[in-house]
Design a binder for this molecule. Structure first.
Ligand code: NAI
Ligand code: 15L
Length: 267
């Protein structure tokens, strides 16, 4: 690959991918609205607000593939999510279409299915049950990916990322954790798969107690190396949640405990 674009490159996961994907293209084009630091050799810094359609079109021109991790990663007002996550993702795919980019790796989220009960075993084609406006924007993003594949032939991997942190820090993460090296491997598999189609894949490590099965995404060749089980003893020394706490009952955890926000404030 000549040029790979990473959006959200100044974020927690974007900073990891900036390092982990350095060998995937001759040049990484790194974009964010936040400060990106200094460019290393073979990096181009391209600050951009994803909500600005023209700026995103300029950003995408000349790229061979896109790792789209930019956006708001938690619950916020619908107006904020609309700009960064919904318009932002539409702008990325529309720019990909205009400039002939053939593949996108999209950071979706487990919050697309957060209203499933904990313990339910989910395949990638399970019903989506978003737990928040944030989760709803990620469902929309997955549908944008599907639409641009079916109508324009742009391949996508929608990564339903669980909890991407260096180490699991609560009991829920025994099920949802993905380690930094497994996330890096997963994104690399999505970039390198000979045929990607439009694939939904769980972004999760090889957790013994995972709620999610990647059997339907086996063609990616993703073989996670880490297992949250190694942290079980330490996590079980932490105070358990009350059994009737929504955060203990639903896969989305604390997102399901939040008071639901309105989609918009009626005038
Ligand atoms: P982060 O907040 O650290 O990084 C996201 C980046 O997107 C930030 O640097 C932010 O400045 C940028 N951004 C936000 N709005 C923008 C806009 N309008 N224009 C340009 N850039 C904008 O979040 P994190 O944790 O690195 O997440 C990255 C992606 O992965 C997000 O899309 C998030 O929803 C998704 N994800 C993350 C999970 C995790 O455990 N960290 C789990 C599931 C999904
Ligand atoms: C997400 O989608 C969020 O971006 C991240 O901050 C975590 O809350 C993660 O899911 C999770 O569910 O642990």
């Amino acid at each position: 690959m000549q040029r790979l674009l990473i959006t959200g490159a100044a974020g927690r996961l974007g900073r990891q991918l900036r390092v982990a994907l350095a060998d995937q293209a001759r040049c990484l084009r790194l974009s964010d609205i936040a400060d990106l630091g200094a460019a290393a050799p073979c990096e181009e810094l391209a600050p951009c607000d994803l909500a600005d359609a023209q700026a995103v079109a300029d950003l995408v021109r000349g790229c061979d593939a896109i790792v789209h991790f930019g956006g708001i990663p938690n619950e916020q007002s619908f107006g904020a999510l609309l700009a960064s996550n919904i318009q932002g993702t539409v702008h990325v795919y529309e720019a990909a279409r205009r400039h002939g980019v053939r593949r996108v790796v999209y950071a979706s989220s487990n919050h697309t299915v957060g209203c499933h009960p904990q313990g339910a075993r989910l395949e990638t084609d399970c019903a989506r049950r978003p737990d928040s406006l944030y989760g709803l924007t990620k469902c929309f993003g997955e549908d944008v990916a599907r639409y641009y594949f079916d109508r324009h032939g742009i391949e996508s991997a929608c990564l339903r990322i669980g909890s991407a942190v260096p180490e699991p820090v609560d009991r829920r993460m025994l099920h949802t954790w993905i380690s930094p090296r497994d996330l890096a491997q997963l994104v690399r598999c999505c970039l390198q798969a000979p045929v990607l189609g439009c694939t939904v894949v769980w972004g999760v490590s090889a957790n013994r107690q995972a709620w999610w099965s990647n059997a339907q995404a086996a063609h990616l060749g993703y073989v996670p190396q880490d297992d949250a089980e190694a942290y079980r003893a330490a996590l079980e020394r932490t105070e358990p949640l009350a059994p009737d706490d929504p955060a203990a009952r639903y896969q989305g955890g604390a997102f399901v405990r939040l008071q639901p926000l309105p989609l918009y404030d009626a005038p």
